[in-house]
Design a binder for this molecule. Sequence first.
Ligand code: B3K
Ligand code: ZN
Length: 855
Amino acid sequence: PATIRREDYRPPDWFIPEIELDFQLGLERTVVRSKLDVRRSKSAKYDAPLILNGDDLLPVNVLVDGKKWNEWKLEEGNLTLPLTGAAHIVEIEVELDPSTNTQLMGLYGSNGMLCTQCEAEGFRRITFFADRPDVLSRYKVRMEGDKQAFPILLCNGDKVEEGEAEGGRHWAQWNDPWPKPSYLFALVAGDLVANSDSFTTRSGKEVELNIWVRDGDLPRTGHAMQALKDSMRWDEEVYGREYDLGLFNIVAVSDFNMGAMENKGLNVFNSRYILADPEVATDADFDGIEGVVAHEYFHNWSGNRVTCRDWFQLSLKEGFTVFRDQSFSADMSSAALKRIEDVRILRAAQFPEDAGPLAHPIRPESYQEISNFYTATVYNKGAEIIRMMHSMMGAENFRKGTDLYFDRHDGEAATCEDFVVSMEDGGGIDLTQFRVWYRTPGTPRVSAKLSHNPQTGTATLELKQSIAAGGAKPGPSEMVIPLRTALLNPETGEHDGEQLLILDKAEQSFTFEGQNDHPVLSINRGFSAPIILENSRTAEELAFLSSHDDDPFARFEAMQQLMTGYLTAQITGTPADRDIILQAIGAVLADENIDRAFLAEIILLPTEAFLGDQMVEVDPQAIHDAREKLRGKIGVQFERKFRRLYKQCVPGEFSLSAEARADRKLRNVTLGYIAASQVEDAAEIAYDQYCDANNMTAMQGALGVLSHLDAEERGHAFESFYTRFKDNALVLDKWFTMQAMSQRSDTIKRVDALSRHPDFTLANPNRVRALYGAFAGNQVRFHDPSGRGYAMIADMVIALDPQNPQTAARFIPQLGRWRRYERGRSELMRLALEKIAATSNLSKDVAEQVSKSLA
Ligand code: B3K
Ligand code: ZN
């Protein structure tokens, strides 16, 4: 497949300021007629042909300026028209069969309804068009369909007219006043009901809000609606951004490749990010809904009003919008816990990506299939880059920068560089060197050494930065790294203020006066930079920080590093001190003032995957064994304390209050430790929790513990769960997931059996991820030394690719990390990739990921 390069960007030869679309809708046959007002760009050659992208389309009819036109050619799916004038009206008719569209890109059927997904290049599967984000058009759309099958007809913008048509059909006319690129087009037709509400913007405009779902799902839309209204208010208050239409529609669909889509005025969501009530959704699900609803809403400005010039600029809208939704969620609940969670995600998904064969800068230089670049790097590392600007500029100047950005580029397709220049001009900061982040892949490593001179009362901090060569291009490698730092008194843990140190050279030292005792270093507080901090402190210092640091993230992080240091030593057979960890855990458990939700976080061990990332060569079994041993020891050591806490966290009436959530979380974590201590009644306690639960958080916590055990309670609980929830697809996904995550030795066999379960289907991406996504994340079972886990994923990818390449390609990175593993597994992982590579007719999506992984 062809490689598209950032440096090859050329502005379009033709613009299409207006488009009219007419849809005659049907699940098996939809006719699309388009009328394009095409204008030759002033900079284009006088005879540059009009090239309209198409994917899997055939023109039934082409008219130019009202006359039938036969001079078109189809080249690689694209329609080429040799036009010579400066402006024309081009009309095209195509026919689609949405029922056979299993890729879920373009117009497709889901549960009897019709819906669309156009980002990044799905519009070209609906009609021939200049399907690139720098061509902005005003859309007028008429949609017509059977009234019984599709009582609700939705599109972008405002509904301006509707009426009845012959043969039991009806129609609606939708106009969107805001010019937009084709990737923001959306249409939905189906039998839906709405949770309706309204929002008054701060300038007094009334906005109608609807969340459209299938009939029975209506009672589960309240949380999403609240999140939407909170987001609208927050964007006014924090960024000064108001909503700009009289109507905002959200539709939940069950077959969706991603989380959701920010189409103008008509967001389309994976139903898992809309539907929730306590019985079916965990606290984490509630948070996910709040975050994704906010994310898509915020795109209305960061993405829609100011869009991207080309797909290399994807992080312009995604990194910025993730930063915005993270800040929103932090404001809605606990900023400290939110930061811990965000860093956990970054380390679980982005750091490994950045250290492997698929590493790329947040602004990639090239791609074959753009769908492969909706990555943790573009999204989450992209958000970290924006966050660093925010830290360095301060909230006020940051806001001046974003105000200027929105003002300057409203209605335009902009670049990352435009954003940086606006931040410089509006916020008064020089980001010349900071731009290195945009073009450099890899996670920087920073080492910090603090020395102390008692004679002069000074402490000196020596910092060094380096970046792994993996994939990094030659060029300046010195990054601008903002490090929030404090020096803590070694007795009291107090300090006289935090400083923001800017490390912008390979090596740099900073001196601190007035330090009578050797202070303890608290650095990268709040995870102010997305870096790897190399072992800079002793176990004693980390233990001290884990009970004294006043920055919650740094406190959590100190405990993580303490545990990680011990476990990596255990795994490689180097001596290390376990007592100090037990003491540190004892200290936080004894801390009377500690927040219960924070306590639940800080006593968690680092994940097996994270531990693997710290190893030169990964042996998943050795990691698993060492970690389980420590878990068991902690469980035994503090059994009485855990049992006491478990009892204290008894659930009362369900509430989403911070206290109630903290109790649910701590109860599940303590249950995990009670089970880890291998006491006889563990299964019984978990089973009782399952039976008594009035909410999904408690149920899932209990099942998660039971899933690893051999006890008969396990079977009972899973059976009862299935019977109770078999008609709720989102909950049934959890049933698949929890079994695929089991550490039991029969898990591979079980996953294989589940793949033939009547409720399993490759046609639904949520179900595929529930079973296989969970299994591929199960470090000890996916990495079974026989290689059966790898073969299972490879076979699934080969089967899924012809139907849904986008979702299939998402499984390649797990195998793509083969070089990191011990020899036996490494070879088997490579063979699984080779098997996929040898398959004929691979999609561009899978082919690109596999070939890069093997290169
Ligand atoms: N912008 C969409 C991503 C859709 C990508 C499909 N390949 C979701 C989001 O980031 O909000
Ligand atoms: Zn987004």
